[in-house]
Design a protein around this ligand. Structure first.
Ligand code: UTP
Length: 407
């Protein structure tokens, strides 16, 4: 892209300020800036003016396959799931492109050490859990790891150094998600350096399109994959593609499944699997009315009772059909280190702008049917979002201990 082409593109979307320091840059820096402008998706800015995407439909409850129901059918589900795993029809995608800002470390979240008497990395817990399932089935399934350009090298280096904690390296594949530009409160995109746009990973919703861009859909197709799970990096008790879950999902005939846990309290801050205008969907806790939060069914259980834990499984054929559909863009307020109009570096202590994200949970609404699959929270849900308090290193350590893991 030439300077003139960049200027004309930026003028069209009111972002000429990005070229403010162009004349002061070296030839390499100029090239780098023009390349970034060429690669940038300016359409994210429409999210700032287009509030239509925030309007939600009408919600109704969606019952889950409950723990007692699963127990009653365990043998049948497990046999079906083991067959799927042994026939090599399942794979999983680990979402590890996030910034983990709440944890306050500038290393990839998975490399965080939560051990007490010896090192115990978040990735180690995740890989151990996956390995246990692979051992049960007698074979490893393909594990695709999504990183971002900000943490790719550090993630690959760490996992290679630790030999994937015993997982078959031939079954591990990496791909990178895209980044999205960050805007100030006035809607103007920000510069991090005179030659570099401020940007941030574009959320975990772009995982499938990034995977396709990396050509990994062809690999999965060639392998004969029929079930593809997607899960977050920060649940140290995560169980992905366990046979009983896979089997229950496959036999249900639904498009996707999501592991859920019973809410700990009516106002727990968790997204709930439900129906929106008759289609599966996830309603966030802050979108629920008081009535939705407290209403109960004929058994006295909360009507909106099942919180999602970022562990979904899709039929691969369905995903290929969904790939073209747009997901809503979410605007997140953020502290964005940037340059002011004079080119001085600013490190804000309060949010000064917005990042743009799509979310994997919005994919559920694109499917026709979803199986909420209840798991026991104490056994499968120990998220690490913060250093202390709720969903923290402390709370996860406690849950790991309860599950017999030495720290
Ligand atoms: P979170 O929403 O907890 O975000 O991610 P985060 O970036 O890890 O942490 P904070 O909010 O900055 O503290 C949930 C899951 O989605 C992945 C994360 O790696 C985590 O597994 N994720 C998130 C991505 O892969 N890409 C993204 O752009 C954002």
């Amino acid at each position: 892209m030439t300077y003139e082409e960049a200027a004309s593109r930026l003028k069209e979307c009111g972002q000429l300020q990005l070229l403010r320091f162009y004349d002061t840059l070296s030839a390499n820096e100029q090239r780098s800036l023009l390349d970034q402008i060429e690669r940038t998706d300016f359409s994210v800015l429409s999210a700032l003016s287009d509030h239509a995407s925030e309007k939600r439909g009408s919600f109704t409850p969606l019952g889950a396959l409950t723990v007692p129901e699963i127990r009653a059918e365990e043998e049948r589900f497990r046999a079906e799931g083991l067959k799927i795993l042994r026939e090599g029809k399942a794979a999983a995608v680990l979402l590890a492109g996030g910034m983990g800002t709440r944890l306050g470390s500038d290393r990839p979240k998975g490399t965080f050490d939560i051990g007490i008497t010896k090192p115990l990395y978040i990735f180690e817990c995740v890989f151990r859990n996956i390995l246990a399932i692979a051992e049960e089935a007698g074979c490893c399934f393909p594990l695709l790891i999504m990183t971002s350009e900000l943490n790719h090298e550090a993630t690959v280096g760490f996992l290679t150094e630790h030999r994937f904690f015993g997982y078959d390296p031939e079954k591990v594949f990496f791909f990178m998600q895209e980044t999205a530009p960050c805007a100030g409160r006035d809607g103007k995109l920000l510069l991090e350096e005179k030659w570099k746009l401020a940007s941030s990973p574009n959320g975990n919703g772009g995982w499938f399109s990034s995977l396709v861009k990396a050509g990994l859909d062809r690999m999965l197709e060639a392998e004969g994959i029929e079930y593809l799970s997607v899960f977050g990096v920060d649940n140290v008790l995560v169980r992905v593609n366990d046979p009983c879950y896979l089997g229950a999902f496959a036999l249900s005939g639904r498009d996707c499944a999501g592991k859920v846990v019973k809410k700990a309290a009516p106002d727990e801050r968790v997204g709930v699997l439900c129906l929106e205008d008759g289609r599966p969907s996830i309603v966030e806790y802050y979108e629920m009315t008081d009535e939705m939060l407290t209403s109960r069914d004929e058994n006295g259980e909360l009507s909106y009772n099942y919180g999602v834990i970022l562990n979904y499984c899709f039929r691969f054929s369905k995903l290929l059909r969904l790939a073209e559909q747009k997901l809503p863009l979410h605007i997140v307020e953020k502290k964005i280190p940037c340059l002011d109009e004079e080119g001085n570096a600013v490190s804000p202590s309060e949010p000064n702008g917005y990042k743009f994200e799509t979310l994997v949970l919005d994919m559920i609404h694109l499917t026709d049917s979803c199986l909420p699959y209840e798991v026991e929270r104490e056994k499968e849900f120990a998220p690490i979002k913060n250093r202390a308090g709720i969903d923290s290193v402390e709370s996860a350590r406690e849950l790991l201990k309860q599950n017999g893991i030495e720290l």
